[in-house]
Design a protein around this ligand. Structure first.
Ligand SMILES: [Ca+2]
Ligand SMILES: [Ca+2]
Length: 348
């Protein structure tokens, strides 16, 4: 259930059942908006009879009025567990352009649906091949394939650190071997951004390098692409009609940027009691009335708790229950459109 304080979500028919949207679905004035009411008439993602979200990942469309009283469209990206008992918030965004159509998953403001996936890439001929890739826990031997999806294999890296990359090539002694690698550090599903071209060598011999993870890399799982060619240097996308190979892997980044809009103002936040036994209140009275994301991060940098709330001026409190979590030190982050607050929590 969502307490939306009267704000509408896209729902099914005239029910309060929140629609499951997919990436690229439009969110605009033609959407089927249903306003949440007071308990028990909250908007609901899941009830005993409405179970379409069970085990699904998708988008919720929402609307709110900004300070100019203009309607802005937005989305939350969530996953619901298989039994429908809990959900995880991955990301959210809204259009700052009043009444503009926003597509689920869109963050760039281009007004176009997001492309959804990485560009395809492949190579036609098998005279040469990548025989092994080693990087930050990945050690994958393989034979030839024009394109191989090895994204079930994950390298684990930390923002700001460097890691050796070693690419073994069957005929590495040939004189004009071309080896390239890219990592999508900002997770926008392309390899075109700054520092994303992480390795290039054309010639012969061994193909080893060092990959530096930018401190601004976005936390979470992203994509690495390794490409072998010969006598030319193709980009990360498209078909190479000569010999070589393309292999994709996953990279999990920890300690990087969080997947939200850049906050601009630091805030201290108070919580009490602290230390506590897992139950505490967060006081947010220096935040403007707005949506906030509460994230709690453990000492390994993993987000262990996430919640979004609309902060009301008259009741700027949020209660948090960490009683089922290990005792120890945590970091609380409170993120709103313009503010970032942090505070350490000690659970005894
Ligand atoms: Ca291979
Ligand atoms: Ca990118």
């Amino acid at each position: 259930m969502f307490e939306t304080y009267g704000k509408p979500f896209i729902c099914e028919g005239n029910t309060k059942n929140v629609s499951l949207l997919y990436e690229g679905d439009p969110i605009n004035s033609s959407s089927n908006w249903v306003f949440g009411k007071q308990y028990p008439d909250f908007l609901k993602v899941r009830t005993s009879s409405y179970r379409v979200w069970d085990g699904q990942e998708g988008y919720i469309g929402f609307q709110f009025l900004d300070e100019r009283k203009k309607i802005l469209n937005g989305w939350f990206h969530i996953s619901v567990n298989a039994s429908g008992s809990s959900f995880t918030l991955h990301d959210w965004a809204y259009s700052q352009d009043p009444n503009a159509t926003l597509y689920a998953g869109e963050t760039s403001g281009t007004g176009n649906p997001p492309s959804g996936d990485y560009c395809s890439a492949s190579t036609d001929l098998d005279y040469n091949e990548i025989t092994r890739v080693q990087f930050a826990g990945i050690n994958n031997a393989s034979s030839w394939n024009g394109y191989s999806d090895f994204t079930s294999q994950t390298a684990n890296v930390s923002a700001g650190q460097s890691y050796p990359l070693e690419i073994s090539v069957l005929n590495g002694h040939w004189p004009d071997v071309d080896v390239q690698a890219w990592v999508d550090w900002n997770s926008d599903r392309d390899f075109n951004d700054e520092n994303e071209y992480v390795y290039f060598k054309r010639g012969s011999g061994s193909f080893n390098g060092t990959v530096s993870v930018p401190s601004s890399a976005q936390s979470g799982t992203t994509r690495m692409r390794v490409r072998l060619a010969y006598g030319n240097t193709p980009g990360p996308c498209g078909v190479d009609t000569y010999m070589g190979e393309v292999e994709d892997y996953s990279v999990n980044i920890s300690g990087g940027a969080l997947a939200v809009r850049e906050p601009t103002v630091m805030r201290t936040i108070s919580l009490y009691p602290n230390p506590n036994e897992g139950l505490f209140m967060v006081k947010l009275n220096r935040y403007d009335e707005s949506w906030v994301t509460l994230k709690i991060v453990n000492m390994e940098g993993k987000v262990v708790y996430e919640k979004i709330s609309f902060i009301q001026k008259e009741a700027p409190y949020e209660s948090v229950n960490l009683r089922n979590y290990p005792k120890g030190l945590y970091n609380l982050l409170v993120i709103s459109k313009d503010h970032l607050g942090t505070q350490k929590i000690v659970v005894k």
